[in-house]
Design a protein around this ligand. Structure first.
Ligand code: F6R
Length: 237
């Protein structure tokens, strides 16, 4: 485990972007596991800047994202496909056909999980898996549980997550109740895991994840067993 301490979010974002940029430069046909949420936005902005400045070339890269709401079209401005397109893919020279997000409109959700897991396997797994950390220690949509689920699977969203998401939708009925997420095994197969955590409010959960017991009640704690974990954070831990 390598912990890179930074003073603030901007420094965290630049450091995370440099690690991803190094992967892109060193292995031009990398498979990049990407994340959504607020944390990666600063790093994505820096990657866009480097691509526009001709420093980075994403043309041979492939990406796979951690999850998607089940029941939303990719064109819906609340979908994670939309988030990735607007925050990164539309601004870099990646081949859009090589950007992968689980389908939120697949007729059979379980079949989509199997397809996605097989896709990642056929790609040879991810070379770098970017992760944020949820306030309850979730990674992807792997929430506190009595087990670590291995493969890509359908999750029911917690009441608190649905409640928190309501503000983005016309009505509560429009809030997705399920998501398709990479499993813990999918994540752990990555050659390198880059966990990016910013904000004093996440210090306690980050300490539990990195130094507490390995338990499915703190899903990120499994990362202690990963052979190539890099943590970039401005938290006091
Ligand atoms: C996003 C993801 C989630 C977020 C986590 C933290 O693709 O996998 O696990 O990383 O919810 O979100 P932020 O960064 O908004 O605090």
């Amino acid at each position: 485990m390598r912990i890179i301490k930074k003073k603030n979010y901007d420094e965290v974002s630049r450091a995370a972007a440099e690690i991803i940029a190094s992967q892109v430069k060193l292995v031009p046909d990398s498979v990049l596991g990407l994340a959504t949420g607020s944390t990666p936005i600063g790093a994505y902005k820096e990657l866009v800047r480097q691509c526009k400045d001709g420093i980075l070339d994403f043309s041979a890269e492939t990406s796979v994202n951690l999850y998607e709401y089940y029941g939303l079209e990719g064109s819906n401005n609340q979908s994670y496909r939309y988030f990735m397109d607007t925050n990164l893919f539309n601004h870099i020279n990646i081949d859009m056909a090589k950007t992968n997000v689980p389908s939120g409109t697949a007729e059979n959700a379980d079949a989509e999980c199997q397809r996605y897991e097989e896709l990642i396997s056929e790609l040879g797994g991810t070379d770098l898996q970017l992760l944020g950390l949820g306030h309850n220690g979730h990674i992807g949509f792997n929430e506190p549980s009595d087990e670590f689920v291995v493969s890509t699977h359908v999750v029911g969203l917690s009441e608190s997550t649905i409640e928190a998401n309501k503000r983005f939708f016309e009505s509560a009925d429009d809030v997705p109740k399920k998501a398709i997420t990479m499993g813990i095994g999918t994540i752990m197969k990555s050659k390198l895991v880059l966990l990016v955590v910013s904000g004093a409010e996440k210090a306690d959960i980050l300490k539990k994840a990195l130094f507490g017991p390995v338990t499915p009640m703190v899903q990120a704690s499994i990362l202690q067993l990963h052979p190539n974990l890099v943590v970039v954070t401005d938290c006091e831990i």
